[in-house]
Design a protein around this ligand. Structure first.
Ligand code: SF4
Ligand code: SF4
Length: 97
């Protein structure tokens, strides 16, 4: 389903609450897709490769001991995909003309 839409058109990736993040690196070690990176200067995690995050995955949320990680709802995710698909269709029609 989501494969038809370019990944960059779907804003599904984690958001880190910097106030809560303790820089423990659990998320960095947990995500095998390299989405997170530790900013050593700030001692906080950062979202380094947002579009490597798997659409619909939110497995790392429960790993964060500080409850600093959040995602959009699945409903918002579906809306993003629908919107992106509509945009693509519109663009495709424009190109046909
Ligand atoms: S697991 Fe949570 S507290 Fe630890 S670095 Fe990641 S976001 Fe920060
Ligand atoms: S949701 Fe999954 S893919 Fe995305 S950052 Fe978390 S563990 Fe990595």
């Amino acid at each position: 389903m989501a494969e038809q839409v370019p990944r960059e058109m779907i804003a599904w990736f984690p958001k880190i609450d910097m106030e809560k993040c303790t820089g423990c690196s659990v998320c960095v070690d947990f995500c095998s897709h390299g989405v997170y990176k530790l900013n050593e200067n700030m001692n906080k995690a950062e979202v380094y490769s947002p579009f490597e995050c798997i659409v619909g995955c939110s497995n790392c949320v429960g790993q964060c001991p500080a409850e600093a990680v959040s995602f959009p709802s699945l409903e918002q995710c579906k809306e993003m995909i629908d919107r992106a698909r509509a945009e693509m269709e519109k663009k495709g029609e424009g190109e046909k003309k």
